[in-house]
Ligand binder design. Structure first.
Ligand code: DP6
Length: 367
């Protein structure tokens, strides 16, 4: 007997970042965070559950992953524990005969540092809920056990992860912001480095918790900033929202710099993009574009659809788009890039991803 579920789940990029845990094994955050899903970057994941004793397996983009001692194992063990409890008559120590097989494909390189684990673990949690009939709160817990930020990909749109106050952590869950969609909102991701990041988020944030004195102040501000962004979102007040997004990104990287030794995730190209966005907004007379950076140098820009062409025209005069990125830019612009124009000396953009925002998980099949 076996069950199989396939889902597609988009990544999310935080507008107010999660950074720092009060429980490292359960991934319980010190602060609330807020994110938007990025429709065109997703994981397509199939989970097969066999009701027999066997070895669990996980394959990502064709590559087998180590399961023993991994985050996958944490998730599998939690499910087995719940199932043991549910089957009341059984002895607690009795092994539950469940074997998990996961295959997952992302439509973007995992190495690009684009929150692939968020989509992947949210997809696994989604499949587990479908197969075992878990509650939304249980689904949240499973996604979170895999990777904290994954909890925000189990819903579409603007999603808040509440840090929770209960000792059992059951209220450290995601909730989607009850507001209608903002259809003209877009994300433009500028990939400036495809290498693996120097410090993983997990290790980096722990070092911040241990050494930064600014972190405490950051944590105090997160709730207020989330409320401001949500209010701006409801009012379709792009510039108020953008201002807070950029402030949070800069505050987060300030905290990273306040870590000892410092976590330097941004590079020269990232900083050039930051300057460029501020120059563009200034030239415009209002804030029409926002940047945000996770634990790496790649920029995610949020903007409305009617800003995209003009901003890219402006950006191609200042930045240099590698051959690999030119086709994407030309497709968005609807015309060829002028070689005499695309010659910004300093900043090299390797890949451009243009996406709608706000989509959620999709069930593709279940049997
Ligand atoms: C900078 O979710 O990757 O992207 O819970 O240890 O797996 P773990 O960390 P992870 O951290 C994400 C950090 C961030 C900010 C964010 O997405 O909120």
């Amino acid at each position: 007997e076996s069950r199989v579920c396939t889902v597609r789940v988009p990544i999310n990029i935080a507008l107010v970042k999660y950074w720092g845990k009060r429980d490292q094994t359960q991934n319980i955050p010190l602060n609330d965070s807020l994110s938007l899903t990025i429709n065109s970057l997703h994981a397509r994941t199939t989970l097969r559950v066999n009701y027999e004793i066997g070895t669990d397996s996980v394959k990502i983009n064709g590559k087998s992953q180590t399961v023993t001692g991994s985050r996958y194992q944490r998730v599998f063990e939690e499910v087995r524990r719940w199932e043991r409890k549910r089957k009341a008559g059984e002895v607690a120590e009795h092994p539950v005969s469940i074997q998990f097989e996961i295959t997952s494909e992302t439509n973007f390189p995992v190495s690009a540092g684009l929150a692939s684990s968020a989509a992947g673990f949210a997809a696994i949690a989604e499949c587990l809920q479908k197969i075992f009939g878990f509650t939304d709160s249980q689904k949240s817990q499973l996604a979170r056990l895999g990777s904290g930020s994954a909890i925000r990909s189990i819903f579409g749109g603007l999603v808040r992860w509440r840090r929770g106050t209960q000792p059992n952590y059951e209220d450290s869950i995601a909730e989607s912001f009850p507001s209608t969609h903002w259809p003209s909102l877009r994300a433009l991701i500028l990939v400036v480095d495809e290498g693996r990041k120097e410090y993983s988020s997990t290790d980096g944030m722990q070092r911040t918790v241990e050494t930064s004195t600014l972190l405490e102040r950051r944590i105090e501000c997160c709730d207020v900033n989330i409320d401001k962004i949500c209010a701006a979102f409801s009012n379709r007040d792009f510039s108020a929202m953008a201002d807070m997004i950029m402030r949070d990104s800069n505050n987060f990287h300030a905290v990273c710099m306040d870590t000892s030794p410092p976590l330097m995730y941004l590079n020269d190209v990232s900083r050039t993009i930051i300057r460029l966005v501020h120059v563009y907004n200034e030239k415009n007379g209002s804030t029409v574009i926002a940047y945000t950076f996770d634990a790496g140098p790649n920029a995610t820009l949020y903007l409305e659809e009617d800003t995209v062409q003009d901003f890219l025209d402006f950006a191609t005069k200042q930045l240099r788009f590698a051959e690999s990125a030119q086709t994407e830019v030309e497709e968005i612009l609807g015309h060829k890039l002028d070689e005499s124009v695309n010659n910004g000396a300093l900043a090299q953009i390797l890949q451009v991803i243009y996406s709608q925002v706000g989509g959620g998980p999709q069930l593709l099949s279940l049997h």
